[in-house]
Design a protein around this ligand. Sequence first.
Ligand SMILES: [Zn+2]
Length: 152
Amino acid sequence: MGYNLSSRSMKNLEGVDANLVEVVQLAIQLSKQDFMVLEGVRSREQCMVNYGNGRTVAQCTAKGIPAKYAQPKLNKVTWLNNPFSSKHCYGKAVDLVPYPIDWNTLSKFDEIAKAMFQAAKQLGVPIRWGADWNSNGRPREKGETDSPHFEI
Ligand SMILES: [Zn+2]
């Protein structure tokens, strides 16, 4: 039973914290919903690109991000105050999406989360889910919009 990680998912886990990788590897076996690893480690470069989206030169330089990354006309992709505070920048986070890719069926993300929390418990690795930041068991309260995101 269970699914297996694709080679693309394995590649996207490169450089991710070993404990988190273990959780993902167990979760794919427990999960009723197949999933893929969309992103793991985010390079420093990519963190700067993301921060620049939807921000002006002044907003970027105020945070030490070179002006060339400022793309005020693009949609914002991160609301972080610190461009490098995402746990992706340190290999402590992964984004998991249902496979075949489906962004709209939230119940599929819930199945993935169920498997992730089950795996995390079995391995004794505490994790947080982007759809339940305060870990109160009530997903998608105000500001809890990052269903693919898991971090340690
Ligand atoms: Zn994420």
